[in-house]
Design a protein around this ligand. Structure first.
Ligand code: PEP
Ligand code: MN
Length: 360
C-alpha cells in the first residue's frame, strides 16, 4: 500500500507490494515447533517471523516462555528460511540478549507500554540502535500513553519505529478479547502519519474466526501491516490457543484480503474518500456504543429512583447538563443549536428508558 503523503523509511526498504505480514506462534515452545512453523511460512507473503520467548501473563502459574534459549531457535529460523525475526522485550536484560542474538525487530508488549519507567529503561538500553522497534498500544485505551511510549524511544535516537494496534481491555464483556476502539488507532495515525501502523487482529479477537474481518477492516483503514499468531497445531498451543490459525488458514486469509491500490489520481481520490468513510463508520460505531452505554446507566438510575420513590424528571440536573454540554460543545466547534437539539433528544430517550424501568 502506498500513500504519497507519507514519508517512509524501514518499511519502504522492505520493497513489498502488499501490506507487511508478521506471523508465527504466540510463544516459542520447542525448537521443533519454532522451525516447523517457520518452514511452513517460508514461501508465503510473510516477511517477519514472530515468537514470544518471555511471555507476560496476566495471572501467574501459566506458561511464562522458554527464555533465552528461544533466541537460538530464532537464529536458526533466520538461517534456514531467510525470514526476519521478532520477539517481545520487556526489560533491559531482554534487550541486551535480543540484540546479541541479532533479532531483527523488537516489540514492546501492551503490558509494558503502560509503564513509562519500563519504557524508559528499554529506550535507554536501545539508545541509538538501528533495529526496528514496534510499540504495542497500552492495555488501557489511553492515546497519550501510547504516543508517550513512542516519543521516549524517538528521543533515545531510535529512528526505525512502528506501532501495533492490539485492542484495549475493558471491564464490559464484548465479543472481542480486547475491544478495537479503532478511533484511537486512527487518531494515532493522524498524529504520526509517517510511523508504520500494524494491526494485531489475534489479540483483538481472542478467537480465530474473527481474524479475517478485523484484518480487512484494518487494511480499509490504511494500516500498513498485520501481525497474526500462527501455529501448526493451534488448539494445543501453550498460550493463546483459541486465537491462533494454521499456516494454511493464514495463506487463505492473505489471499482473500482486499488491498486497495492507489495508482491514478482518480483512484487516489476514491481511496482517500474510502479511508475517510471508514473513519466515519468507526466514529459512528463509537457514538452508538456511547449512547447504548448512557441508556443503560439511565435505566440503573430509574431503578434507584423507583426504589426511593423519586420522580423521573429532575429539572435542575437536566438544565445543568445542557449548560455544560453547550460550553463543552462550543470548545469542539459544535453549535449551541446542534447541542441543544441532540441533548434534548438524548435526554428524552433516557427518560423513556427510566420510565420503562419504573413502570415496567
Ligand atoms: C503477544 O503478542 O503474544 C502478546 C503478549 O501481546 P500483547 O502484549 O498485545 O498482549
Ligand atoms: Mn499471544
Amino acid at each position: 500500500m502506498e500513500n504519497s503523503k507519507k514519508m517512509r523509511t524501514w518499511l519502504d526498504d522492505f520493497g513489498l507490494d502488499h501490506p507487511l505480514v508478521i506471523a508465527g506462534p504466540c510463544s516459542a515452545e520447542t525448537e521443533e515447533q519454532v522451525l516447523k512453523i517457520a518452514h511452513e511460512l517460508k514461501d508465503t507473503d510473510v516477511t517477519v517471523y514472530r515468537a514470544g520467548i518471555w511471555k507476560p501473563r496476566t495471572r501467574p502459574g501459566m506458561f511464562e516462555g522458554v527464555g533465552a534459549i528461544g533466541l537460538d531457535w530464532l537464529k536458526k529460523v533466520k538461517e534456514e528460511t531467510g525470514l526476519m525475526t521478532t520477539t517481545e522485550v520487556a526489560n533491559k536484560d531482554h534487550v541486551k540478549l535480543a540484540l546479541e542474538a541479532d533479532i531483527d525487530i523488537l516489540w514492546i508488549g501492551a503490558r509494558t507500554t503502560v509503564s513509562p519507567f519500563i519504557i524508559q529503561e528499554i529506550a535507554d538500553a536501545l539508545c541509538g540502535t538501528d533495529k526496528i522497534v514496534l510499540v504495542k498500544n497500552p492495555v488501557n485505551p489511553d492515546l497519550a500513553l501510547w504516543m508517550g511510549g513512542l516519543e521516549r524511544l524517538y528521543t533515545a535516537d531510535i529512528k526505525n519505529l512502528g506501532v501495533i494496534h492490539r485492542g484495549f481491555s475493558t471491564y464490559d464483556k464484548s465479543k472481542y478479547r480486547n475491544t478495537p476502539e479503532w478511533q484511537i488507532a486512527v487518531e494515532f495515525q493522524n498524529n504520526f502519519p509517517d510511523i508504520p501502523l500494524i494491526c494485531d487482529p489475534s489479540h483483538i479477537a481472542g478467537r480465530r474466526d474473527l481474524i479475517f474481518d478485523l484484518s480487512q477492516r484494518a487494511l480499509d483503514l490504511n494500516f500498513d501491516g498485520l501481525m497474526i499468531e500462527t501455529h501448526w497445531d493451534p488448539d494445543n498451543a501453550w498460550s493463546d490457543a483459541k486465537q491462533q490459525v494454521t499456516p494454511k488458514r493464514l495463506t487463505e486469509i492473505m489471499k482473500d484480503l482486499k488491498i486497495r491500490q492507489k495508482t491514478t489520481d482518480e483512484e487516489g481520490y476514491q481511496a482517500e474518500l474510502e479511508t475517510y468513510r471508514e473513519q466515519i463508520d468507526v466514529t459512528d460505531q463509537a457514538l452508538l456504543d456511547a449512547l447504548g452505554k448512557r441508556m443503560k446507566i439511565a435505566a440503573s438510575i430509574g431503578k434507584i429512583k423507583k426504589e426511593n420513590n423519586v420522580a423521573v424528571l429532575q429539572n435542575k440536573r437536566w438544565s445543568e447538563i445542557l449548560e455544560t454540554m453547550k460550553i463543552e460543545g462550543e470548545q469542539r466547534g459544535l453549535s449551541e443549536e446542534f447541542i441543544s437539539r441532540i441533548f434534548k433528544s438524548i435526554h428524552q430517550e433516557s427518560i423513556n428508558h427510566q420510565e420503562k424501568v419504573i413502570n415496567g
